[in-house]
Ligand binder design. Structure first.
Ligand code: ATP
Ligand code: MG
Length: 283
């Protein structure tokens, strides 16, 4: 079977998480920082390390079969690719922001104003969808200084914590898009067995991340109450302990739910609670 090619970011915010995900899928490769290509030794896959801006086009044009890139980059390049799997990392928001003392109060007030951004395609679509006629000023970096320099009335940029906005005297004005890293492929090639195999592996890693393996001890008389407190568990394994009248419960539960329940589990008599990470969950 033909070797598959996956494009991932060479360096930057998505590189480390993309490499980690592929390694967690059991793929064995050298993460050469200096080269453009790395071969996987135990799967017919080659990894191309690229600038993130080039990934959607490389996938569309068939230079890579699949790729990992932020949704915002796909939206900005106007290419047509298939969304294969959301990956849960690289989360951010694209927002409009204005100076803290700005008198603009709703998005319609942007009519006739200048907005600086590095993401003109996404912004133009937003303005078209909302019937706003504004002047989009394309800047390739440090967009947040544009209002201070008198270049624009507002900016449109990626915001994660809002710290950069604040330190430049700006405040969020409107949310335009949420983004996360996505596995993309070419339209019509989703059924390629190698791609399917990789998606299965990725999903098993993502499922495992969200859940924990939990073991706890409980006196038999409290067993029913404790089980009723365990979120979403149909039938946990119950194992006898050497100590008469005590059992251990083994189960897999969503991590988030667990932390909410821990005090009530303790109050119901659960002891010796051990929470363990899970590597993969294969359905
Ligand atoms: P490249 O050199 O590959 O072109 P870049 O400088 O364009 O990299 P990065 O800053 O590494 O891009 O960001 C890559 C992606 O990470 C973004 O396109 C976005 O989807 C996501 N991301 C998540 N949080 C942030 C953030 N706070 N700032 C910028 N990007 C973020
Ligand atoms: Mg880039």
């Amino acid at each position: 079977m033909k070797t598959l090619k996956i494009a991932i970011q060479k360096s930057g915010r998505l590189n480390e998480k993309s490499v980690e995900l592929l390694k967690n899928c059991g793929l064995s490769f050298e993460n050469y920082k200096s080269s453009l290509i790395s071969s996987v030794s135990n799967f017919p896959l080659e990894i191309l390390f690229l600038r993130d801006d080039d990934i959607p086009e490389y996938v569309q044009d068939g230079i890579a079969d699949i790729g990992i890139v932020g949704e915002n980059v796909i939206a900005e390049t106007k290419v047509e690719v298939a969304y294969l799997q959301r990956l849960g990392f690289g989360k951010c928001k694209l927002k409009l922001a204005v100076p803290v003392n700005s008198t603009l109060s709703n998005i319609q007030d942007l009519n006739g104003k200048a907005v600086a951004t590095s993401y003109p395609v996404i912004l133009e679509k937003f303005f078209n969808d909302n019937n706003i006629k504004a002047d989009i000023k394309m800047i390739s970096g440090s967009v947040e200084i544009a209002p201070g320099l008198g270049l624009s009335d507002a900016i449109f940029d990626i915001v994660s914590t809002g710290g950069t906005l604040k330190s430049n005297g700006l405040k969020p004005f409107a949310d335009v898009m949420s983004s996360e890293a996505i596995l993309i492929g070419r339209n019509g090639e989703e059924e390629n067995p190698l791609i399917q195999e990789l998606i299965q592996r990725i999903q098993s890693v993502l499922r495992a991340k969200e859940t924990k393996y939990v073991v706890l001890n409980v006196e038999k008389k409290n067993l029913e109450t404790v089980i009723s407190l365990l979120p979403g568990v149909k039938s946990p394994s119950v194992v006898s302990l050497a100590e008469e009248g005590w059992v251990a419960i083994h189960t897999v539960i969503p991590e988030q739910d667990f932390w909410e329940k821990i005090n009530s589990l303790r109050a119901a008599g659960a002891q010796g609670i051990v929470v363990m990470p899970i590597e993969k969950i294969i359905l």
